[in-house]
Structure formats: structure tokens, C-alpha cells
Write a protein that binds this ligand. Structure first.
Ligand code: PGA
Length: 252
């Protein structure tokens, strides 16, 4: 049994004061829902105050990115050791990192290995662009991102990572995929790619999320699918009612 998992990716939104406000508005309700693993990923600047507010709440805290090196001359970067001081989770290889900051599968893999070293649960994002979708390359792209991104980790760690399938054309567009279509990608492309490296048992143990325009109204359609274990939520994670509704829909 894979425990449902919902993460809110706040992206570059909310100041420290606004983070505090939003967490205070949602945390009481979220902490009551115990059968879903819940994670908030505010911007780096807000992690410190968020971690104080979320202490003993049963709500996890995640970073949206990190560097793979422990320390050194990498101006502007945040290391896994620093992330681990406040967080237990980290989003890796989000499509916006890939598109705007040049992240390759190799870079995502280095970061994943760093997550293993520093005991962070990674949420590894994969997904095809609109162009790739239209030219029917989804299988190829998603399989490649999964197998290259997940190289060289231990089988024990592999079983504990979280993968998010986020078709780029569905992110922030209001045009979500369908539950059925997303389930096919996860069941037929993503889990087999994991099984190819770490075996069927690991492929079945890993939580795979859907992401891309998930809202309180469409979430249940995704969670009804057998291979979708939750969601990585962007825009709707900034709206209290929507985010609470999404988490409620994930309760099995
Ligand atoms: P969205 O973003 O929910 O706003 O589409 C999802 C994501 O980018 O993780």
C-alpha cells in the first residue's frame, strides 16, 4: 500500500510574512488529515519561519531545488546540508528548472545522489513538452528522464523516492491531463523505467504523483487511478480552500 502524497510547490510566490499567513490559514485543517503525507515547498527565504510554524504538525517541509555539492564556491546556490537543516524533502528537476535554468538529466541525477547522501526525500519531476507530446514522444522522453535521472542510487533509497509526472503543457495552463491518460504514462512508461533499473518490487513501491493544473475540482479524477499516488500542486497550493480540497480527495 502506497500512502497518498500531496506536495504544494509554491514556486517564486509569497514573502516571509505571506508564507506565515498562508501556513496559519491551512495548517490546522491539514494536520487533522493523517492518512495523507503532506508537504509544503515555499521559497528558500521562507523555509526558516515555515519550519518553526510546522514543527510537530505532521506537515512536511520541502525545498524547491538545491545544489549537489555540500559546500564551496557556487555563488547563489543552496547546498543539501543547508536544506537538510530545515527540510526533509526537496523537489528536483522541475520542468521550470529544466527549461529556464538548463537542468539536464545528468544534473538531476547528481542532485538525487546528493539527496541520498544527505537523507532528503526527493520529488523527482519528469514530463514531456507540448511539442514532444504532439509529436508522440511522450514515452521516449519520460522513460529517458526517469532512467537517466534515477541512475546510481541504492535500491533501498530508490524505494523511498517520489516521482512526479508533470506534462509541461499542463503546468500552469489550466489544461490538466486526464486521469486515464496520466495513469497510462505512469503505469506503462514510468514504472517500467524504474523496474528496468531497480526491479518490479521497487517500481511498485515508489509513489508516483501527477502534476499540472490540479485543482480541488479535478483532483479526485486523478486519485481514482490505480497508479497515481497523489499530486504535485502549483497554483492551487496557494489557495487554502483548493489545497485543502485536494488533500481531502486523496484520503483513501
Ligand atoms: P500547476 O503547477 O499546478 O500550477 O499547474 C504544477 C507544478 O508545476 O508543479
Amino acid at each position: 500500500m502506497r500512502k497518498p502524497f500531496i506536495a504544494g510547490n509554491w514556486k517564486m510566490n509569497k514573502t516571509i510574512a505571506e508564507t506565515r499567513d498562508l501556513i496559519l490559514k491551512m495548517s490546522a485543517t491539514l494536520r487533522e488529515i493523517k492518512t495523507v503525507e503532506k508537504v509544503l515547498c515555499p521559497p528558500f527565504m521562507s523555509l526558516m519561519s515555515a519550519s518553526a510554524l510546522l514543527e510537530d504538525s505532521g506537515i512536511g517541509l520541502g525545498a524547491q531545488n538545491m545544489h549537489w555539492e555540500e559546500k564551496g564556491a557556487f555563488t547563489g546556490e543552496i547546498s543539501p546540508v543547508m536544506v537538510k537543516e530545515l527540510c526533509d524533502y526537496v523537489i528536483l528537476g522541475h520542468s521550470e528548472r529544466r527549461a529556464f535554468f538548463g537542468e539536464t538529466d545528468e544534473i538531476v541525477n547528481r542532485k538525487l545522489i546528493a539527496a541520498q547522501t544527505f537523507d532528503l526525500t526527493p520529488i523527482v519531476c519528469v514530463g514531456e513538452t507540448l511539442e514532444q507530446y504532439e509529436s508522440k514522444q511522450t514515452r521516449e522522453v519520460v522513460s529517458r528522464q526517469t532512467s537517466n535521472g534515477l541512475r546510481n542510487i541504492s535500491p533501498e533509497f530508490a524505494a523511498h523516492i517520489v516521482v512526479a509526472y508533470e506534462p509541461v503543457w499542463a503546468i500552469g495552463t489550466g489544461k490538466a491531463s486526464t486521469g486515464e491518460a496520466a495513469n497510462v504514462v505512469i503505469k506503462d512508461f514510468i514504472r517500467p523505467a524504474i523496474a528496468g533499473s531497480y526491479g518490479e518490487q521497487t517500481a511498485q513501491a515508489i509513489r508516483v504523483l501527477y502534476g499540472g493544473s490540479v485543482t480541488g475540482s479535478n483532483a479526485a479524477e486523478f486519485f481514482a487511478q490505480p497508479d497515481i499516488d497523489g499530486a504535485l500542486v502549483g497554483g492551487a497550493s496557494l489557495k487554502v480552500d483548493d489545497f485543502v480540497a485536494i488533500i481531502r480527495s486523496a484520503v483513501k
